[in-house]
Ligand binder design. Sequence first.
Ligand SMILES: [Zn+2]
Length: 78
Amino acid sequence: MFYCLSCKRVGKNAEVCEYCSAENLKELKVDSPVNVIGTKLKGRVLKLSGDKVRLLIRDDANNRFIKEYSYRDIKKVL
Ligand SMILES: [Zn+2]
């Protein structure tokens, strides 16, 4: 998976962002910090498989939990 340096969205295309058509993408790696779109949840990538991204989330109360999202539901935190 790759993230767009312009809009921060994650996609599977390494050449062109499927959201904003920018051509400046980088590989999304394990341990990268990400944000769940539409929430204040932040986490780190534990595992990437298929369309799924497993995250270690830390909430406002500093609780940690593991949850899986579609890559469409996350954004890279720079
Ligand atoms: Zn983009």
